[in-house]
Write a protein that binds this ligand. Structure first.
Ligand SMILES: [Zn+2]
Length: 239
């Protein structure tokens, strides 16, 4: 391969790594932001369930107290029934008894529902508590990691950029600027291998004569579709 082409391949390797590092550096704050949003949502859910659980327990206690009073009244009414003086009084106590019995049975059913609800809330509370703790731990880890990794990446990036500039300054200027121009418009890839008449940059077929020329490796050729500078890698049997 012509020296300028192997230099371009090396330059491309550095430019790809530079772009990779830059994307990691910009992605991380977004990851932190997304995790933070998740945590805030989980915390809200946590608080909502906690307060529902509290309200349910409070309502249970007050209903239980009211029910216990009604049960006492029921016992009294039953006693009254044995000492009534006349039919009218008897019927009145009986009505009172029926109403109390219904009220007590409704109350018992309500308590049962509340107990079931309490179980449901408690299990929801346990899961959301676990989720909140996990997210919070993940966020701390990511933040700590970010500080360390950012520093390392920034150092690697600065070193790589300096190396890249030095390397590029030793190359033929017109070729480097063509490569840079194409790279700016083609997803950071300015040079592409061609294999079996297909450009590796855009996966389109190039004209057969151009393929022959690229294989001959006497000049600099570009893909007619994506404009990337083309090079040919000799197959094992040719090498
Ligand atoms: Zn192409």
């Amino acid at each position: 391969m012509q020296e300028i082409l192997s230099q371009l391949v090396e330059l491309q390797r550095m430019d790809t790594r530079i772009a990779e590092i830059e994307s990691v550096i910009t992605d991380m704050p977004q990851q932190i932001k997304a995790l933070n949003e998740k945590l805030e949502k989980a915390k809200k859910g946590h608080d909502a369930i906690q307060s529902a659980l509290h309200e349910n327990k409070k309502a249970y206690t007050s209903l239980e107290a009211a029910l216990s009073e009604k049960k006492d009244l029921l016992v009294n009414s039953q006693k009254k029934l044995t000492s009534v003086q006349n039919n009218k009084e008897y019927e009145s106590v009986l009505r009172e008894l029926d109403a109390l019995k219904k009220s007590v049975s409704d109350g018992d059913a309500q308590l049962k529902d509340m107990t079931a609800l309490n179980f449901k809330y408690e299990s929801e509370y346990a899961s959301i508590n676990e989720l909140t703790e996990n997210l919070s731990k993940q966020l701390d880890e990511l933040k700590n990691h970010k500080v360390d990794e950012d520093k390392e990446l920034q150092e690697e990036l600065a070193a790589l950029k300096a190396k890249r500039e030095e390397f590029a300054s030793g190359m033929k200027k017109s070729v480097v600027s063509k490569y840079d121009r194409v790279r700016a418009h083609r997803n950071n890839i300015g040079v592409a291998a061609v294999e079996d008449e297909v450009c590796d940059g855009c996966y389109m077929r190039i004209p057969p004569q151009l393929y022959v020329d690229v294989k001959k490796d006497k000049s600099i050729y570009s893909c007619p579709h994506c404009q990337r500078i083309l090079y040919y890698v000799k197959k094992e049997e040719e090498a």
